[in-house]
Design a protein around this ligand. Structure first.
Ligand code: ZN
Length: 297
């Protein structure tokens, strides 16, 4: 992507190197490090108990961890110190975020609406949000409660090395997808989803989640459509995004991590679906072509 020299968003909140991931207002006891990460083995019983207690504890204080919309691949691992490469990455993310602002401002104002820009929080290791706290292992996520996208730049390394999705446009797709969730929040889709899934079985909630996620992919495609129109795409960029969509499809991920697929547990969509919906947004650039809630996917 031809991004150098372009405007950077002023909506980046850099929390890398922050002493505590917990916002002061949460002020509840000592920070707890979420177990998990890249270790290959299963969770120990005590870990599961901690997670369950944590889960219901958070719910009891009104934070729903499920609302964080954490993305598929479980990343994690050691946090690298801020390096030159990392700062280059930060600038890149700043430009991609700015480009999403421009695109969505135009689309909203064409409808007589005003687009409210999200904040993108860069963090390392773990982070506190209005949706609770998360570790890098959750992958990038969007929190509707504070309208912020959370991203650990190390995830891009994981994306390239572990998930076979290298390239700057694969990274741009990830950012644009999270911003897609923000758009869904603004237009009322996320609030409705979070309302509805309280009365759903896990399988139903997963199926609905797939529709939400595929729409975010389609919205990322819309962003790519306008980026292409501005002449910012380089040869191979679209393929990079499609490859990323393919590599982080639920079936591909499950086949890689557990050797078999469990379709009822899919919550982001198959590789084929993710590619299809990204491509649909990319082809037309129209929000009306991103209706994943009616018809087959
Ligand atoms: Zn998502």
């Amino acid at each position: 992507m031809r991004w150098k020299g372009r405007r950077q968003s002023s909506n980046i909140e850099d929390r890398r190197g922050a002493r505590s991931p917990f916002p002061r207002r949460m002020g509840r006891g000592v920070p707890i490090r979420l177990p998990g990460g890249r270790s290959g083995g299963g969770l120990s019983l005590s870990t599961i108990i901690i997670l369950v207690v944590l889960f219901f504890g958070l719910r009891a204080i009104g934070i729903d961890p499920l609302e964080m919309l954490a993305e598929g691949p479980q990343s994690g691992g050691p946090t690298v110190e801020r390096s030159a490469a990392n700062d280059e990455m930060r600038r890149f993310v700043g430009v991609v975020l700015a480009e999403t602002e421009d695109v969505w401002h135009d689309i909203f104002s064409a409808q007589g609406e005003t687009y409210q820009e999200p904040v993108l929080v860069l963090f390392g290791g773990q982070v506190g949000s209005a949706c609770g706290f998360a570790s890098s292992a959750s992958g990038p996520f969007y929190c509707p409660g504070d309208r912020k996208v959370y991203l650990d730049l190390d995830f891009f390394d994981e994306l390239a090395r572990r998930f076979g999705a290298a390239g700057d446009f694969a990274q741009a797709y990830v950012v644009a997808h999270e911003v897609g969730h923000h758009v869904q929040n603004l237009i009322g889709i996320l609030p409705r989803f979070n309302e509805m899934r309280r009365g759903m079985s896990q399988a139903e909630a997963n199926a609905m989640s797939v529709r939400v996620e595929l729409q975010a992919d389609c919205f990322a495609g819309i962003w790519a459509y306008y980026t292409a129109q501005k002449g910012l795409l380089e040869r191979g960029d679209v393929e990079e995004a499609l490859n990323a969509a393919n590599q982080i499809g639920d079936d591909t991920l499950q086949r890689r991590t557990q050797g078999h697929v469990v379709p009822e547990s899919f919550n982001h969509g198959t590789s084929e679906q993710r590619k299809t919906w990204f491509a649909r947004g990319l082809e037309s650039g129209r929000v009306t072509d991103c209706d994943t809630f009616n018809g087959t996917l």
